[in-house]
Design a protein around this ligand. Structure first.
Ligand code: HEC
Ligand code: HEC
Length: 288
């Protein structure tokens, strides 16, 4: 354990002077994936498709070692928190994939007092401050509640700490074009294990169950296997893992069949250090 602490793989409060330490406890990812929970298939849902099609097998380089991947702590801004928690479903610009995944721009604008006031004025309506405040506070409460308990299909983000939401929230405003939001951006220092946890819970757990049979035959496109998160650190080397996430790794169409790009999107907007955090998080906090 001591070694892991020294390597920064175990969560412990960061000590720099920005947004302050996250004293948040890192917990394992648990239970069925979002798709599994909702009875959806990869092909029948847009969730997770903030990633892109992986390249055809001929274009995928062999896994490579790279340096500078292990990091103790990360300084994340609101855009980073959005990228690792929300982007896989809501796309980089918050547009989502309606009608399944609503755009989050509208509700974020409707929660802004300033935006609503300007909107009312532009429409030639009386901008009664008390009334607008009541409206926007209600919308803000809905938004916070959605993060806590999830939505109809959206999973809960109850694992986000208040400090993290304080950093994420003004970025949503900036994305939605709320005036002055760019001056309210902040950063937070997060231990590596926490970054891994956010990535796994916000992105990988959309499709991958936490646990499950790990003795299934080789994954192929035809047998519809989506390997559980728990088996990954045992079945994949670190480099294979990083490559699967960032560049894709070909898998056979059927047992002994030709290689194909597989069904998993690539998430090349995650960097190698972040994916390294996800790999160590899965090793140190075995999924339940
Ligand atoms: C696994 C996919 C997924 C992820 C990840 C996700 N969402 Fe959603 N989100 C949805 C879906 C689906 C909807 C549409 C409503 C529903 O079914 O719950 C939605 C709707 C919303 C809405 C409401 C839009 C409206 O019209 O009322 C907001 C706000 C929102 N998401 C914010 C977020 C934020 C912030 C994050 C990151 C912390 C996030 N979502 C991560 C799937 C996701
Ligand atoms: C949209 C669904 C989806 C999401 C999101 C997703 N995966 Fe996958 N993943 C798959 C599928 C399907 C496979 C099976 C191989 C294939 O078809 O590409 C797979 C296979 C893998 C494999 C290979 C495992 C093996 O034993 O063959 C690894 C490693 C992996 N995923 C890691 C991740 C990580 C890490 C994340 C989050 C950053 C993630 N995946 C997010 C669908 C997804």
């Amino acid at each position: 354990m001591l070694l892991l602490v020294a390597l920064g793989l175990v969560a412990r409060p960061a000590t720099s002077g920005d947004q302050g330490p996250t004293a948040v406890e890192v917990t394992p990812v648990e239970g069925p994936s979002t798709l599994h929970h909702l009875g959806l298939t990869i092909e029948g849902s847009s969730m997770g498709w903030g990633g892109q099609w992986s390249p055809p097998p001929s274009l995928v380089p062999p896994p490579q070692g790279s340096d500078n991947t292990a990091r103790r702590a990360f300084v994340l801004n609101g855009a980073d928190l959005y990228r690792i928690s929300c982007r896989a479903c809501h796309k980089p610009d918050g547009s989502g994939s309606p009608p399944e995944i609503n755009a989050l721009i509208g509700p974020v604008q409707a929660a802004s007092f300033q935006w609503m006031t300007e909107r009312m004025k532009a429409m030639g309506r009386p901008a009664d401050a008390a009334f607008i405040r009541q409206l926007t506070e209600g919308t803000e409460a809905d938004l916070r509640k959605r993060l806590k308990v999830g939505g109809h299909n959206m999973p809960s983000f109850d694992h986000l700490s208040e400090a993290e939401i304080t950093v994420l929230r003004p970025y949503l405003d900036e994305m939605a074009g709320v005036p002055g939001a760019e001056h309210r951006q902040r950063v937070i220092t997060e231990p590596s294990a926490r970054v891994g946890e956010l990535i796994v819970k916000g992105t990988c757990h959309i499709c991958h169950d936490a646990t499950g049979p790990s003795n299934t035959p080789t994954t192929t496109v035809m047998n519809d296997v989506i390997p559980p998160l728990a088996s990954m650190p045992h079945q994949k080397t670190f480099y294979q893992f990083v490559q699967k996430v960032r560049e894709g790794a070909p898998i056979p169409l059927s047992a002994g069949g030709v290689l194909s790009r597989g069904r998993m999107p690539v998430f090349n907007y995650l960097n190698a250090s972040e994916i390294a955090s996800a790999y160590s998080y899965l090793s140190i906090y075995p999924p339940k």
